[in-house]
Design a protein. Structure first.
Length: 104
């Protein structure tokens, strides 16, 4: 594997970087990073496990809970969002709070 020096637009690379797969760009917080998917998963050979399906269901429940929020609940989250520094976006903060409720 070769060493890559990121260009100014991209701060760092993450994951395997190879010649035969498509490059994706992703913004994490305030940082733009890139990666490539090497050897994508074949679901016929390796289907999802029970734990993976449970995680997908929990994620879907959290998304549904975010969509079902009233405007008053969103306003309360917006107020709480201003007093924290962990999350870069309000949407990410709201999702994290709803996801945490499911785990409790």
């Amino acid at each position: 594997m070769a060493k890559y020096k990121p260009i100014d637009m991209v701060k760092f690379y993450q994951g395997k970087i190879c010649e035969h797969s498509d490059t994706y760009f992703q913004k994490r917080g305030r940082t733009l990073c890139t990666g490539r998917i090497c050897e994508p998963r074949d679901l016929e050979k390796k289907p999802y496990s029970a734990e993976e399906l449970a995680a997908q269901a929990k994620f879907a429940q959290a998304r549904a809970a975010v969509k079902a929020l009233t405007s008053e609940q969103k306003a309360a989250y917006a107020t709480a969002f201003e007093n924290q520094s962990k999350y870069g976006t309000l949407q990410g903060y709201i999702f994290a709070q709803e996801y945490a409720k499911l785990g409790a």
